[in-house]
Design a protein around this ligand. Structure first.
Ligand code: IVH
Length: 677
């Protein structure tokens, strides 16, 4: 091919890759398959190595990092990088509003605010001269920061060259570099696999990645940048409103936050805060609050600054999700299947909106990984509805009296032997149904809403029944008499009658509930449903061979093995027999497998918060009805189940014209399919 043609190909590769990058990293709207992108990139790199004179500093191939530095240079910010005042409640917001009214007088009525999620990352400044990235710097103390140009060049959402036209000759863009949650998880997973140290949270991971002297390391880290303001601007002008400035920046190639909005008045700011705080956990990145800015730049100018913060903006912070406290002790809990879980007893601490005094430590591997000792100062995290976790130890504050955690050699409840099964992280009490803790947990599971749904049989009552020796297995529940119940604390005539009636009522059940209620290892609600539908009745199920079990959806060798063990255990079969003798019964299922799968061949997506069902159960039901459940919306999606707080997936579904149902309609649909929840 003549060189002129190659050069033309080269130019169009550059342009295509640049556009695809922008669509992918800035707009979050990929337009070409990864394979095509990769092919173009390989071709570009091939041409650049054949004709090195063509290679430009802003080529999309130049994102891989360069020679390591010995230290970072210093950068002076001509326009200082300031911080923000904080607000913690509605009152602080009202005070902020009053300060604005006092200064702006009549202009303060119906004031427009730009609302922007406050990303939890590292503030940086990017300087463009003539549209080319010249310098990237950290905020430092606001006046002097570090030169991290080599590192920022590796971040794909940062343009090396501005797109379009009309940008100022000198343009300093500011924003936050952060690590999305998913990238953070996979980075930590990789570190764990290699036995390396993990990062405590996405913010630390982002900071650590930017602080690398070797930019090739930074290039491997999943960092993004989102822009929120400008600093130095010379030789050109910008729109007159904050939100418009951001739109303009987006056109020039910068990523901006898609949750940002413009509202009128402080009450609307508070509503926005509430709305986003409900969606906080489902956002793909960490935010620690919302920034509210007076939208009109002219008014911003009038308001000016005090000390190190502008008068025209405020950051309303969410309650912290991480706090420091002390580990008082570690106790061991025995679960339904005998798994022994270490639980941290903590000095109570207010975190994530509640007081936390216990947190799980998962298992021995986790205790080793954290190197946590009794008496240590620890960082506790509670995000949303997630159970509290100990995320790290503040080693600097370790006292010489701290004590290593010692794991029990015998079950703390029944003194049976403890074993660690091959390939498993968990310790397990081998006492089985002899262990009171396992008895209690098994009964609790059996009585729970999704299983036998025995109203009034709660945790406290189960504790007493087992401790008093009245019940040791679920089969004995149906032999309880009124006199038995009346011997218990806080059980009177009426509650005894109610409980007996509830027990009586629970005898009429369904096969899926029965299978689920037995608490066979790894057999959750969805698997129980699949088993019931596949075999139709208990007798065929209990006689099934391993091969037959493996034919059931979602049943792999491990589940099949647990089922087989259950059906070969005399004590388990005895429990089943006694339940049936007591009158427990269910109708057999006679529908054919095809009719059972009304959603076969369809792909569904579940998003947002499902109040009654929970997302996991919703997915399990969908799968049982034959649907595939996917993590993202595409043209192939048949329907989206969306609860409150649904975000980008819902938006996409609406854009693509895909059916969306709320939880209420979904429950009605399940009911129509014979699934009671
Ligand atoms: S505006 C003068 N907007 O919060 C205005 N800051 O406490 C200064 N931040 O150092 C910043 N998201 O790192 C602004 N949308 C946003 C922000 C934001 C996060 C961080 C930024 C800054 C700190 C101020």
């Amino acid at each position: 091919m003549p060189v002129a043609d190659l050069l033309q190909e080269f130019e169009s590769l550059l342009e295509n890759l640049d556009t695809w990058n922008y669509q992918y990293y800035v707009l979050d709207q990929p337009t070409v398959p990864d394979a095509e992108y990769d092919r173009a990139m390989r071709r570009l790199i091939a041409l650049e190595s054949q004709y090195p004179q063509w290679q430009r500093a802003d080529s999309p191939s130049q994102r891989v990092g360069g020679q390591p530095l010995t230290q970072f240079g210093q950068v002076t910010h001509d326009v200082p990088m300031l911080s923000l005042d904080n607000a913690f409640n509605d009152q602080d917001m009202q005070d902020f509003n009053r300060r604005l009214s006092d200064r702006l007088k009549e202009y303060a009525a119906d004031l427009e605010f730009a609302c922007e999620p406050k990303l939890d990352g590292i503030a940086v400044s990017l300087l463009y001269r003539g549209g080319t990235l010249q310098r990237g710097a950290t905020r430092g103390d606001g006046t002097t920061g570090e030169d991290i140009t080599q590192n920022v060049r590796t971040i794909r959402s940062i343009p090396l060259r501005l797109r379009g036209k009309g940008y100022p000759h000198l343009l300093e863009v500011r924003g936050e570099i952060y690590m999305p949650k998913a990238g953070f998880e996979s980075l930590n997973n990789r570190a764990r696999e290699r036995g390396e140290k993990t990062f405590v949270n996405p913010r630390n991971a982002a900071a650590g990645s930017l602080r690398q002297l070797d930019s090739r390391v930074t290039a491997e880290r999943p960092l993004e940048m989102c822009c929120y303001s400008v600093g130095l601007v010379e030789g050109g002008s910008l729109p007159d409103r904050q939100a418009r400035v951001l739109e303009r920046l987006q056109n020039w190639g910068f990523r901006i936050n898609s949750e940002s909005a413009v509202v009128r008045g402080i009450d609307a700011c508070n509503e926005y805060y509430q709305l986003l705080s409900g969606r906080r956990d489902s956002l793909p990145y960490d935010i620690d609050g919302i920034v509210f800015k007076v939208n009109e730049l002219e008014l911003q100018k009038q308001l000016g600054f005090i000390a190190r913060a502008p008068r025209w903006a405020i950051a309303r912070k969410f309650p912290a999700q991480e706090e420091m406290t002390r580990l008082l002790d570690v106790e061991f809990q025995v679960g339904r299947t005998g798994v022994i879980t270490p639980v941290a007893r903590l000095e109570p601490v207010f975190v994530g909106g509640v007081t936390v005094s216990n947190a799980t430590l998962h298992n021995r591997d986790e205790v080793d990984r954290l190197d946590v000792r009794i008496g240590d100062t620890v960082i506790v995290r509670r995000a949303g509805d997630v159970i509290p976790q100990v995320v790290s130890v503040v080693v600097d504050r370790r006292s010489p009296n701290s004590q290593a955690v010692s794991f029990p050699l015998r079950c703390p409840v029944c003194q049976s032997a403890v074993e660690r099964e091959e390939g498993e992280a968990a310790l397990r009490c081998m006492g089985g149904l002899v262990c009171a803790a396992q008895q209690k947990a098994a009964i609790k599971h059996f009585a729970s809403r999704r299983a036998f749904n025995i109203e009034g049989l709660g945790e406290k009552l189960i504790e007493q029944l087992v401790d008093e020796g009245l019940v040791a297995s679920v089969a004995e529940l149906y032999t309880l008499s009124k006199e038995d119940l009346l011997t218990l604390d806080r059980v009177g005539e009426k509650s005894a009658d109610n409980l007996l009636a509830a027990l009586q009522k629970s005898k009429q059940t369904t096969l899926p509930r029965f299978i689920f209620a037995l608490g066979i290892r790894e057999v959750g609600e969805a698997t129980a449903l699949n088993l019931a539908r596949h075999f139709g009745g208990w007798v065929t199920l209990s006689a099934a061979s391993e091969r037959q079990l493996l034919e059931v959806d979602d049943v792999g060798p491990i589940v099949a093995d647990h089922l087989r063990q259950f059906f070969h255990s005399l004590s388990s079969l005895e429990v089943v027999k006694r339940l049936c003798d007591a009158g427990v019964n269910w109708p057999d299922i006679k529908r054919s497998p095809v009719q059972n799968q009304p959603l076969a061949g369809q792909t569904w997506v579940v998003t947002g918060k499902l109040v009654t069902l929970g997302r996991d159960d919703a997915k399990a039901h969908l799968q049982a009805l034959g649907a595939k459940v996917a993590g993202s919306v595409s043209l192939k999606t048949a329907c989206v189940v969306a609860g409150p707080g649904a975000g980008s997936k819902l938006v996409k579904a609406n854009e693509l014209g895909i059916d969306v149902v709320d939880e209420q309609s979904f429950l009605a649909f399940l009911l129509a399919e014979g699934i009671k929840v």
